[in-house]
Design a binder for this molecule. Structure first.
Ligand code: GDP
Length: 452
């Protein structure tokens, strides 16, 4: 079960329970069993799920539910807290300091995406002003050095490796020394992965670790690894001092539940996730926004941060006001399109709202999406003020649509498509009605009034 489905199943289970006329122990148990099933199908480790179920039962007070409090919110909040607890090991990982040489070593099974992730990690910090370098201490896999070389060259990151030397310990030592001399402040060491957990691999890893003396060891895990995630992560942790986890291939049909297991096994935080094969398909991982998106609660903290980052200061209160009024006009849609086009990688703000981004701007089709939005805007330019300010597009009869199409030089079906898109977005927008937008960092009112 992929993560989006997991969120859907959990939400449905909660919805079903809150629809029940009597909330008794049985209704709560049914709901929790449903959630348990969904989590197990997503490869969350059995013990974690069982503990979570026990904790929720302890926290949720049946009397509160029966007394007509917002049942959905109470359960959702309890699940939210429990999932956050699993994903948050309660300590942060080492973060490199600019200008001070740090060594970060990557470990993981072959094919987990380790080499790709090394470059993504280097590239991420390079963009922020660090001076990273890559060392290929993977002498096991033929082609590993070529792959790293190719990635590093593309990102203009210095690299070190050898076609001749077969001792990864020596390469790691030499590479780290060299880049320290060259004043690199983030030296990344890629190590060999094997098909399965082998004693020799772990011994080699320990030796490389002793030679490279890393400040941080990152365990890279493929999100589709399934129920094996816990044991695998634990095996790595027992061999070397894993301090952080990166989960890759979160874009695919992966069952993301392994992420929860990996955190539990390594007691280390997930710091990034990989969301594609490209260098910039790499996201910082934050527990609360992740879980709230998972549960379809909308990522309010991320949303507020993004609004503050990309919407001009003087327009922020107005946008929030419009959101809470829930009255979506074509003019608001026009203004939001303007915002989207202005801020570079399209969809940053609205992709945080459940339901907003996936259809309007599917990932990987940004160019087409931009062209589509521009087309819609050209058509809206041919509309009257009355049409733009109305939240009832029925106002537009066929002859008006034809006029608009002609004015914009587009076929009438494009106008109809644009109005369909408007209706869809209006529906999403209407869910924000009455919403108390939380202040930055305030998570307690996350789910309020989200009548999704
Ligand atoms: P390694 O053996 O652990 O070093 O794995 P590689 O870095 O060679 O990656 C194995 C495959 O996974 C390659 O085809 C990568 O392009 C792909 N890959 C790595 N990370 C991601 C990701 O986040 N999403 C997707 N879709 N593919 C990824």
């Amino acid at each position: 079960m992929v993560l989006a489905q997991l969120g859907g199943s959990i939400s449905r289970a909660i919805q079903q329970m809150s629809n029940a006329t009597i909330i008794d122990e049985k209704a709560l148990n049914d709901c929790l069993n449903e959630i348990t099933r969904a989590l197990l199908q997503s490869d969350v480790q059995f013990k974690l799920v069982r503990d979570m179920q026990t904790n929720i039962k302890k926290i949720v007070n049946l009397d509160d539910l029966a007394a007509g409090h917002n049942k959905r919110r109470i359960i959702q909040q309890a699940i939210f807290n429990e999932l956050c607890k699993i994903l948050d090991p309660g300590k942060s990982s080492f973060t490199p300091k600019k200008g001070k040489p740090s060594v970060v070593m990557f470990v993981g099974l072959q094919g987990s995406g380790k080499t790709t992730t090394c470059t993504k990690y280097a590239y991420y910090y390079q963009k922020k002003g660090w001076k990273p370098a890559l060392v290929c201490a993977d002498t096991f896999r033929a082609g590993a050095f070529d792959q790293l070389k190719q990635n590093a060259t593309k990102a203009k990151i210095p690299f070190y490796g050898s076609y001749m030397e077969s001792d990864p310990v020596k390469i790691a030592e030499e590479g780290v020394e060299r880049f320290k001399k060259e004043n690199c402040d983030l030296i990344i060491v890629d190590t060999s992965g094997r098909h399965k957990q082998e004693a020799a691999l772990f011994e080699e890893m320990r030796q490389v670790s002793e030679a490279a003396k890393p400040d941080l060891i990152i365990f890279v895990m493929d999100s589709s690894i399934g129920q094996a995630a816990f044991d695998q992560a634990q095996a790595f942790k027992q061999s070397v001092a894993v301090g952080a986890v990166i989960i890759t291939k979160m874009d695919g049909h992966a069952k993301g539940g392994g992420a929860l297991s990996a955190v539990a096994a390594t007691k280390s935080p997930v710091i990034f996730i990989g969301t594609g094969e490209h260098m910039d398909e790499f996201e910082v991982f934050d527990v609360k926004p992740f879980v709230s998106r998972l549960l379809g609660m909308g990522d309010w903290s991320g949303f507020m941060d993004k609004i503050q980052e990309v919407v001009p200061m003087d327009q922020q209160p107005e946008l929030l006001q419009k959101l809470s009024e829930g009255n979506f006009t074509l003019r608001i849609m026009y203004e939001q399109f303007q915002n989207l086009l202005k801020m570079g990688p399209i969809g940053q703000v609205f992709s945080m709202l459940p339901g907003f981004s996936a259809e309007l701007m599917p990932k990987g089709h940004e160019k087409e999406s931009q062209a589509k939005i521009k087309r819609y805007m050209t058509m809206m330019d041919s509309m009257t003020n009355e049409e733009l300010d109305s939240s009832n597009p029925k106002l537009m009869n066929e002859s008006r649509m034809m006029r608009i199409a002609r004015g914009a030089g587009r076929p009438i079906r494009d106008v109809m498509e644009m109005l369909e898109e408007y209706k869809r977005l209006a529906k999403v927008w209407s869910k924000m009605k009455g919403l108390k937008i939380p202040k930055k960092g305030e998570m307690s009112s996350l789910s309020r009034n989200m009548n999704a």
